[in-house]
Design a protein around this ligand. Structure first.
Ligand code: NAD
Ligand code: UDP
Ligand code: UDP
Length: 325
Protein backbone atom coordinates (compact mmCIF):
# COMPACT_ATOMS: atom_id res chain seq x y z
CA UNK A 1 0.00 0.00 0.00
CA UNK A 2 1.25 3.48 -0.86
CA UNK A 3 2.08 5.69 2.14
CA UNK A 4 -0.43 8.50 2.67
CA UNK A 5 0.02 11.28 5.15
CA UNK A 6 -3.72 11.54 5.75
CA UNK A 7 -6.52 9.08 5.12
CA UNK A 8 -9.48 10.90 3.57
CA UNK A 9 -13.15 10.07 3.22
CA UNK A 10 -13.66 10.25 -0.54
CA UNK A 11 -16.91 10.09 -2.49
CA UNK A 12 -16.76 8.91 -6.11
CA UNK A 13 -20.01 9.38 -8.03
CA UNK A 14 -20.29 7.07 -11.03
CA UNK A 15 -17.84 4.82 -9.18
CA UNK A 16 -19.12 1.59 -10.75
CA UNK A 17 -18.48 2.89 -14.26
CA UNK A 18 -15.41 2.58 -16.43
CA UNK A 19 -13.30 5.47 -15.11
CA UNK A 20 -14.94 5.51 -11.67
CA UNK A 21 -14.06 1.88 -10.91
CA UNK A 22 -10.38 2.47 -11.74
CA UNK A 23 -10.41 5.59 -9.57
CA UNK A 24 -12.05 3.72 -6.65
CA UNK A 25 -9.47 0.95 -6.99
CA UNK A 26 -6.60 3.45 -6.82
CA UNK A 27 -8.07 5.31 -3.82
CA UNK A 28 -8.80 2.09 -1.92
CA UNK A 29 -5.23 0.90 -2.57
CA UNK A 30 -3.96 4.22 -1.19
CA UNK A 31 -5.86 3.49 2.03
CA UNK A 32 -8.60 6.10 1.75
CA UNK A 33 -12.15 5.51 2.93
CA UNK A 34 -14.04 5.33 -0.35
CA UNK A 35 -17.79 5.69 -0.87
CA UNK A 36 -18.86 4.75 -4.39
CA UNK A 37 -22.23 6.14 -5.48
CA UNK A 38 -23.87 4.77 -8.60
CA UNK A 39 -27.35 4.15 -9.99
CA UNK A 40 -26.02 1.43 -12.34
CA UNK A 41 -27.39 3.10 -15.46
CA UNK A 42 -24.20 2.26 -17.37
CA UNK A 43 -22.09 1.03 -14.48
CA UNK A 44 -21.79 -2.58 -13.43
CA UNK A 45 -21.18 -4.43 -10.16
CA UNK A 46 -18.63 -6.54 -12.04
CA UNK A 47 -16.39 -3.44 -12.24
CA UNK A 48 -16.14 -3.12 -8.46
CA UNK A 49 -16.86 -6.66 -7.25
CA UNK A 50 -13.19 -7.07 -6.23
CA UNK A 51 -13.53 -4.04 -3.91
CA UNK A 52 -16.76 -5.04 -2.15
CA UNK A 53 -15.01 -7.01 0.60
CA UNK A 54 -12.46 -4.26 1.32
CA UNK A 55 -13.11 -2.61 4.71
CA UNK A 56 -12.40 0.85 3.29
CA UNK A 57 -14.87 0.55 0.39
CA UNK A 58 -18.60 1.17 0.49
CA UNK A 59 -21.16 0.97 -2.32
CA UNK A 60 -24.22 3.24 -2.23
CA UNK A 61 -26.90 2.74 -4.87
CA UNK A 62 -28.18 6.25 -5.50
CA UNK A 63 -29.15 8.60 -8.33
CA UNK A 64 -27.33 11.93 -7.94
CA UNK A 65 -30.22 13.89 -9.40
CA UNK A 66 -31.62 13.43 -5.87
CA UNK A 67 -29.99 14.99 -2.79
CA UNK A 68 -27.39 12.97 -0.95
CA UNK A 69 -26.29 13.50 2.64
CA UNK A 70 -22.93 11.96 3.54
CA UNK A 71 -19.87 13.30 5.37
CA UNK A 72 -16.76 13.36 3.16
CA UNK A 73 -13.53 15.30 2.62
CA UNK A 74 -13.33 15.02 -1.17
CA UNK A 75 -15.75 14.39 -4.03
CA UNK A 76 -14.98 13.17 -7.54
CA UNK A 77 -18.12 13.80 -9.61
CA UNK A 78 -17.99 11.26 -12.45
CA UNK A 79 -21.63 10.17 -12.62
CA UNK A 80 -22.96 10.65 -16.16
CA UNK A 81 -23.37 8.37 -19.14
CA UNK A 82 -20.44 9.16 -21.41
CA UNK A 83 -20.98 7.46 -24.74
CA UNK A 84 -23.33 8.87 -27.41
CA UNK A 85 -25.44 5.67 -27.45
CA UNK A 86 -26.03 5.87 -23.72
CA UNK A 87 -26.38 9.62 -23.21
CA UNK A 88 -28.81 9.89 -26.14
CA UNK A 89 -30.92 7.00 -24.80
CA UNK A 90 -32.65 9.32 -22.30
CA UNK A 91 -31.36 12.81 -23.12
CA UNK A 92 -33.49 14.57 -20.50
CA UNK A 93 -32.07 12.33 -17.78
CA UNK A 94 -28.56 13.06 -19.14
CA UNK A 95 -29.04 16.80 -18.70
CA UNK A 96 -30.59 16.22 -15.26
CA UNK A 97 -27.62 14.11 -14.21
CA UNK A 98 -25.16 16.75 -15.38
CA UNK A 99 -27.01 19.77 -14.02
CA UNK A 100 -29.16 18.62 -11.04
CA UNK A 101 -26.44 16.12 -10.17
CA UNK A 102 -23.82 18.89 -10.13
CA UNK A 103 -26.06 21.14 -8.00
CA UNK A 104 -26.56 18.34 -5.46
CA UNK A 105 -22.88 17.44 -5.30
CA UNK A 106 -21.90 21.12 -5.04
CA UNK A 107 -24.51 21.61 -2.31
CA UNK A 108 -23.03 18.64 -0.49
CA UNK A 109 -19.49 19.97 -0.94
CA UNK A 110 -20.62 23.36 0.35
CA UNK A 111 -22.24 21.88 3.47
CA UNK A 112 -19.26 19.71 4.44
CA UNK A 113 -16.58 22.06 2.96
CA UNK A 114 -15.23 19.25 0.77
CA UNK A 115 -12.97 19.66 -2.21
CA UNK A 116 -14.83 18.69 -5.39
CA UNK A 117 -13.57 17.63 -8.81
CA UNK A 118 -15.76 17.60 -11.90
CA UNK A 119 -15.22 15.07 -14.70
CA UNK A 120 -15.90 17.44 -17.57
CA UNK A 121 -15.21 16.59 -21.15
CA UNK A 122 -13.60 17.64 -24.41
CA UNK A 123 -17.21 17.74 -25.70
CA UNK A 124 -17.44 21.24 -24.18
CA UNK A 125 -15.36 22.25 -27.23
CA UNK A 126 -18.00 20.72 -29.57
CA UNK A 127 -16.86 20.43 -33.19
CA UNK A 128 -13.83 22.63 -32.62
CA UNK A 129 -12.64 25.35 -34.95
CA UNK A 130 -9.36 25.66 -33.02
CA UNK A 131 -6.83 22.86 -33.16
CA UNK A 132 -5.46 21.49 -30.88
CA UNK A 133 -7.92 22.60 -28.20
CA UNK A 134 -6.55 24.62 -25.32
CA UNK A 135 -8.53 25.51 -22.21
CA UNK A 136 -8.88 29.12 -23.40
CA UNK A 137 -11.01 28.01 -26.36
CA UNK A 138 -14.74 28.58 -25.71
CA UNK A 139 -15.94 25.88 -28.05
CA UNK A 140 -18.25 25.42 -31.02
CA UNK A 141 -21.29 23.55 -29.74
CA UNK A 142 -24.69 22.96 -31.29
CA UNK A 143 -27.17 23.80 -28.48
CA UNK A 144 -30.11 21.86 -30.00
CA UNK A 145 -28.64 18.74 -31.63
CA UNK A 146 -28.60 15.11 -30.49
CA UNK A 147 -25.28 15.58 -28.64
CA UNK A 148 -26.41 18.75 -26.87
CA UNK A 149 -27.88 17.03 -23.79
CA UNK A 150 -24.37 15.90 -22.95
CA UNK A 151 -22.31 18.82 -24.30
CA UNK A 152 -24.50 21.59 -22.91
CA UNK A 153 -25.17 19.63 -19.70
CA UNK A 154 -21.43 19.41 -19.09
CA UNK A 155 -20.95 23.08 -20.00
CA UNK A 156 -23.65 24.10 -17.54
CA UNK A 157 -22.04 21.89 -14.88
CA UNK A 158 -18.75 23.77 -15.42
CA UNK A 159 -20.64 27.06 -15.03
CA UNK A 160 -22.11 25.82 -11.74
CA UNK A 161 -18.70 24.74 -10.48
CA UNK A 162 -17.20 28.16 -11.18
CA UNK A 163 -20.21 29.99 -9.71
CA UNK A 164 -20.07 27.93 -6.49
CA UNK A 165 -16.35 28.71 -6.41
CA UNK A 166 -16.88 32.47 -6.86
CA UNK A 167 -20.06 32.76 -4.81
CA UNK A 168 -19.41 30.26 -2.00
CA UNK A 169 -15.58 29.98 -2.17
CA UNK A 170 -15.87 26.27 -2.83
CA UNK A 171 -12.62 24.46 -3.54
CA UNK A 172 -13.20 23.16 -7.07
CA UNK A 173 -11.18 21.34 -9.73
CA UNK A 174 -12.47 20.96 -13.29
CA UNK A 175 -10.86 18.30 -15.49
CA UNK A 176 -11.70 18.23 -19.21
CA UNK A 177 -11.25 14.61 -20.19
CA UNK A 178 -10.57 13.63 -23.80
CA UNK A 179 -11.32 10.16 -25.22
CA UNK A 180 -10.09 7.57 -22.75
CA UNK A 181 -10.07 3.81 -23.20
CA UNK A 182 -9.06 0.63 -21.40
CA UNK A 183 -10.35 -2.40 -19.51
CA UNK A 184 -13.91 -2.06 -18.10
CA UNK A 185 -15.17 0.11 -20.93
CA UNK A 186 -18.77 -0.84 -21.45
CA UNK A 187 -18.73 -3.48 -24.22
CA UNK A 188 -22.01 -2.18 -25.56
CA UNK A 189 -21.59 1.57 -25.44
CA UNK A 190 -20.87 2.11 -29.13
CA UNK A 191 -17.59 3.89 -28.46
CA UNK A 192 -15.03 3.41 -31.13
CA UNK A 193 -12.33 1.52 -29.17
CA UNK A 194 -14.74 -0.96 -27.55
CA UNK A 195 -16.60 -1.43 -30.85
CA UNK A 196 -13.45 -2.06 -32.90
CA UNK A 197 -11.82 -4.37 -30.32
CA UNK A 198 -14.92 -6.52 -29.78
CA UNK A 199 -15.61 -6.64 -33.53
CA UNK A 200 -12.01 -7.69 -34.17
CA UNK A 201 -12.07 -10.38 -31.47
CA UNK A 202 -15.27 -11.81 -32.91
CA UNK A 203 -14.12 -11.63 -36.53
CA UNK A 204 -17.00 -9.26 -37.35
CA UNK A 205 -16.57 -6.35 -39.78
CA UNK A 206 -14.93 -3.26 -38.22
CA UNK A 207 -17.44 -0.44 -38.64
CA UNK A 208 -15.88 2.89 -39.62
CA UNK A 209 -18.35 5.77 -39.65
CA UNK A 210 -17.94 8.23 -42.52
CA UNK A 211 -14.66 8.18 -44.45
CA UNK A 212 -12.65 7.35 -41.32
CA UNK A 213 -10.45 10.42 -41.72
CA UNK A 214 -11.89 12.12 -38.63
CA UNK A 215 -9.39 12.16 -35.77
CA UNK A 216 -9.45 11.48 -32.05
CA UNK A 217 -6.66 11.09 -29.51
CA UNK A 218 -6.85 8.13 -27.14
CA UNK A 219 -5.61 8.18 -23.56
CA UNK A 220 -5.14 4.95 -21.61
CA UNK A 221 -7.19 4.81 -18.40
CA UNK A 222 -4.21 4.48 -15.99
CA UNK A 223 -2.70 7.69 -17.35
CA UNK A 224 -6.01 9.51 -16.97
CA UNK A 225 -6.53 8.40 -13.37
CA UNK A 226 -3.03 9.67 -12.53
CA UNK A 227 -4.06 13.04 -13.97
CA UNK A 228 -7.28 13.25 -11.94
CA UNK A 229 -5.42 12.33 -8.72
CA UNK A 230 -2.73 14.89 -9.50
CA UNK A 231 -5.28 17.64 -10.10
CA UNK A 232 -7.25 16.87 -6.93
CA UNK A 233 -4.02 17.10 -4.92
CA UNK A 234 -3.01 20.55 -6.19
CA UNK A 235 -3.38 23.48 -3.85
CA UNK A 236 -6.63 25.42 -3.62
CA UNK A 237 -5.55 28.10 -6.08
CA UNK A 238 -5.69 25.55 -8.93
CA UNK A 239 -9.27 25.28 -10.13
CA UNK A 240 -8.84 24.52 -13.83
CA UNK A 241 -10.21 23.76 -16.28
CA UNK A 242 -7.36 21.41 -17.16
CA UNK A 243 -7.30 19.22 -20.27
CA UNK A 244 -6.40 15.55 -19.82
CA UNK A 245 -5.88 13.43 -22.89
CA UNK A 246 -3.33 12.08 -25.26
CA UNK A 247 -2.01 14.60 -27.77
CA UNK A 248 -1.12 11.81 -30.23
CA UNK A 249 -3.87 11.99 -32.85
CA UNK A 250 -5.14 9.08 -34.98
CA UNK A 251 -7.69 8.80 -37.75
CA UNK A 252 -10.36 6.13 -37.29
CA UNK A 253 -8.77 4.26 -40.20
CA UNK A 254 -5.44 4.18 -38.36
CA UNK A 255 -7.19 3.03 -35.21
CA UNK A 256 -8.94 0.21 -37.11
CA UNK A 257 -5.60 -0.94 -38.52
CA UNK A 258 -3.97 -0.80 -35.07
CA UNK A 259 -6.78 -2.90 -33.56
CA UNK A 260 -6.56 -5.47 -36.36
CA UNK A 261 -2.81 -5.71 -35.87
CA UNK A 262 -2.97 -6.04 -32.05
CA UNK A 263 -5.66 -8.72 -32.15
CA UNK A 264 -4.37 -10.53 -35.26
CA UNK A 265 -7.95 -10.38 -36.49
CA UNK A 266 -9.28 -11.49 -39.86
CA UNK A 267 -12.00 -8.80 -39.75
CA UNK A 268 -12.56 -6.64 -42.80
CA UNK A 269 -13.42 -2.92 -42.67
CA UNK A 270 -16.97 -1.76 -43.41
CA UNK A 271 -17.90 1.91 -43.92
CA UNK A 272 -21.15 3.19 -42.38
CA UNK A 273 -22.93 6.56 -42.24
CA UNK A 274 -21.38 9.28 -40.09
CA UNK A 275 -23.59 10.28 -37.11
CA UNK A 276 -24.92 13.86 -37.00
CA UNK A 277 -22.61 16.50 -35.47
CA UNK A 278 -19.70 14.05 -35.28
CA UNK A 279 -16.62 16.21 -34.58
CA UNK A 280 -14.07 16.09 -37.41
CA UNK A 281 -11.02 16.36 -35.25
CA UNK A 282 -10.14 16.44 -31.61
CA UNK A 283 -6.77 16.73 -29.93
CA UNK A 284 -5.90 18.20 -26.55
CA UNK A 285 -3.35 20.86 -25.83
CA UNK A 286 -2.03 19.48 -22.52
CA UNK A 287 0.51 22.18 -21.72
CA UNK A 288 -1.49 23.32 -18.68
CA UNK A 289 -1.53 19.79 -17.14
CA UNK A 290 2.21 19.54 -17.86
CA UNK A 291 2.93 22.91 -16.23
CA UNK A 292 0.74 22.42 -13.17
CA UNK A 293 1.32 18.79 -12.23
CA UNK A 294 3.96 17.58 -14.70
CA UNK A 295 1.38 15.25 -16.24
CA UNK A 296 1.56 13.61 -19.62
CA UNK A 297 0.35 10.24 -20.88
CA UNK A 298 2.92 7.44 -20.89
CA UNK A 299 1.10 4.40 -22.28
CA UNK A 300 1.54 3.84 -26.05
CA UNK A 301 -1.63 3.20 -28.06
CA UNK A 302 -0.56 -0.32 -29.11
CA UNK A 303 0.17 -1.32 -25.47
CA UNK A 304 -3.11 0.11 -24.23
CA UNK A 305 -5.05 -1.58 -27.03
CA UNK A 306 -3.39 -4.91 -26.14
CA UNK A 307 -4.51 -4.61 -22.50
CA UNK A 308 -8.01 -3.61 -23.60
CA UNK A 309 -8.22 -6.56 -26.01
CA UNK A 310 -7.07 -8.91 -23.22
CA UNK A 311 -9.90 -7.63 -21.03
CA UNK A 312 -12.60 -8.14 -23.66
CA UNK A 313 -11.15 -11.53 -24.52
CA UNK A 314 -11.49 -12.57 -20.85
CA UNK A 315 -15.15 -11.46 -20.88
CA UNK A 316 -15.80 -13.43 -24.06
CA UNK A 317 -14.04 -16.52 -22.69
CA UNK A 318 -16.07 -16.26 -19.48
CA UNK A 319 -19.23 -16.24 -21.61
CA UNK A 320 -20.31 -12.77 -20.51
CA UNK A 321 -23.08 -11.52 -22.80
CA UNK A 322 -21.59 -8.48 -24.51
CA UNK A 323 -25.02 -7.46 -25.84
CA UNK A 324 -23.49 -6.14 -29.03
CA UNK A 325 -25.22 -3.42 -31.03
P1 NAD B 1 -19.46 5.24 -17.60
O1 NAD B 1 -20.78 5.29 -18.29
O2 NAD B 1 -18.73 3.96 -17.60
O3 NAD B 1 -19.59 5.73 -16.10
C1 NAD B 1 -20.57 6.62 -15.65
C2 NAD B 1 -21.14 6.07 -14.36
O4 NAD B 1 -22.11 6.99 -13.86
C3 NAD B 1 -21.87 4.73 -14.55
O5 NAD B 1 -21.45 3.83 -13.58
C4 NAD B 1 -23.34 5.10 -14.38
O6 NAD B 1 -24.13 4.03 -13.91
C5 NAD B 1 -23.25 6.26 -13.43
N1 NAD B 1 -24.39 7.18 -13.48
C6 NAD B 1 -24.98 7.72 -14.56
N2 NAD B 1 -25.97 8.53 -14.19
C7 NAD B 1 -26.01 8.51 -12.82
C8 NAD B 1 -26.83 9.16 -11.86
N3 NAD B 1 -27.82 9.99 -12.22
N4 NAD B 1 -26.58 8.90 -10.56
C9 NAD B 1 -25.59 8.05 -10.18
N5 NAD B 1 -24.79 7.42 -11.05
C10 NAD B 1 -25.01 7.65 -12.37
O7 NAD B 1 -18.57 6.39 -18.25
P2 NAD B 1 -17.05 6.77 -18.01
O8 NAD B 1 -16.39 6.67 -19.31
O9 NAD B 1 -16.49 6.07 -16.86
O10 NAD B 1 -17.19 8.32 -17.67
C11 NAD B 1 -17.11 8.82 -16.35
C12 NAD B 1 -17.16 10.34 -16.38
O11 NAD B 1 -16.06 10.84 -17.15
C13 NAD B 1 -18.44 10.88 -17.03
O12 NAD B 1 -18.85 12.01 -16.29
C14 NAD B 1 -17.99 11.30 -18.41
O13 NAD B 1 -18.76 12.36 -18.90
C15 NAD B 1 -16.54 11.69 -18.15
N6 NAD B 1 -15.74 11.54 -19.38
C16 NAD B 1 -15.37 10.30 -19.84
C17 NAD B 1 -14.63 10.21 -21.01
C18 NAD B 1 -14.17 8.89 -21.58
O14 NAD B 1 -13.55 8.86 -22.65
N7 NAD B 1 -14.37 7.77 -20.92
C19 NAD B 1 -14.29 11.37 -21.72
C20 NAD B 1 -14.74 12.60 -21.24
C21 NAD B 1 -15.43 12.67 -20.05
N1 UDP C 1 -27.61 18.98 -1.07
C1 UDP C 1 -27.30 17.63 -0.97
N2 UDP C 1 -26.54 17.22 0.09
C2 UDP C 1 -26.09 18.05 1.04
C3 UDP C 1 -26.40 19.43 0.93
C4 UDP C 1 -27.17 19.87 -0.14
O1 UDP C 1 -27.67 16.83 -1.83
O2 UDP C 1 -25.40 17.60 1.96
C5 UDP C 1 -28.42 19.44 -2.20
C6 UDP C 1 -29.67 20.16 -1.74
O3 UDP C 1 -30.76 19.28 -1.90
C7 UDP C 1 -29.79 21.35 -2.64
C8 UDP C 1 -28.52 21.34 -3.49
O4 UDP C 1 -27.66 20.40 -2.90
O5 UDP C 1 -30.87 21.20 -3.54
C9 UDP C 1 -27.85 22.67 -3.52
O6 UDP C 1 -27.50 23.06 -2.21
P1 UDP C 1 -27.25 24.58 -1.84
O7 UDP C 1 -26.95 24.62 -0.39
O8 UDP C 1 -26.26 25.15 -2.73
O9 UDP C 1 -28.60 25.29 -2.22
P2 UDP C 1 -29.98 25.41 -1.46
O10 UDP C 1 -30.12 24.27 -0.49
O11 UDP C 1 -29.88 26.72 -0.80
O12 UDP C 1 -30.96 25.36 -2.58
N1 UDP D 1 -16.80 5.56 -34.72
C1 UDP D 1 -16.58 4.68 -35.77
N2 UDP D 1 -17.02 3.41 -35.62
C2 UDP D 1 -17.64 2.95 -34.51
C3 UDP D 1 -17.85 3.86 -33.43
C4 UDP D 1 -17.42 5.16 -33.58
O1 UDP D 1 -15.99 5.05 -36.79
O2 UDP D 1 -18.01 1.76 -34.48
C5 UDP D 1 -16.29 6.95 -34.86
C6 UDP D 1 -17.26 8.05 -34.46
O3 UDP D 1 -18.09 8.40 -35.56
C7 UDP D 1 -16.32 9.16 -34.06
C8 UDP D 1 -15.11 8.41 -33.47
O4 UDP D 1 -15.21 7.08 -33.95
O5 UDP D 1 -15.88 9.87 -35.20
C9 UDP D 1 -15.09 8.41 -31.94
O6 UDP D 1 -16.36 7.98 -31.50
P1 UDP D 1 -16.71 7.75 -29.96
O7 UDP D 1 -18.19 7.54 -29.89
O8 UDP D 1 -15.82 6.71 -29.40
O9 UDP D 1 -16.30 9.10 -29.24
P2 UDP D 1 -16.69 10.64 -29.49
O10 UDP D 1 -17.33 10.82 -30.83
O11 UDP D 1 -17.59 10.98 -28.38
O12 UDP D 1 -15.36 11.31 -29.42
Amino acid sequence: MTYVSRIKRILVTGGAGFLGSHLCETLVAEGHDVACVDNFFTGNRRNISHLLNQPNFELIRHDITFPLYVEVDEIYNLACPASPVHYQHDPVQTTKTSVHGAINMLGLAKRVRARILQASTSEVYGDPTMHPQSEQYWGHVNPIGPRSCYDEGKRCAETLFFDYHRQHRLRIKVARIFNTYGPRMHPNDGRVVSNFVVQALQGEPITIYGDGLQTRSFCYVDDLIGGLRGLMNTDDSVVGPVNFGNPVESTMRQLAEAVISVTGSISRIEFKALPQDDPKQRCPDISRAKDIIGWQPRVELMDGLRKTAEYFERLLTAGVDLGRR
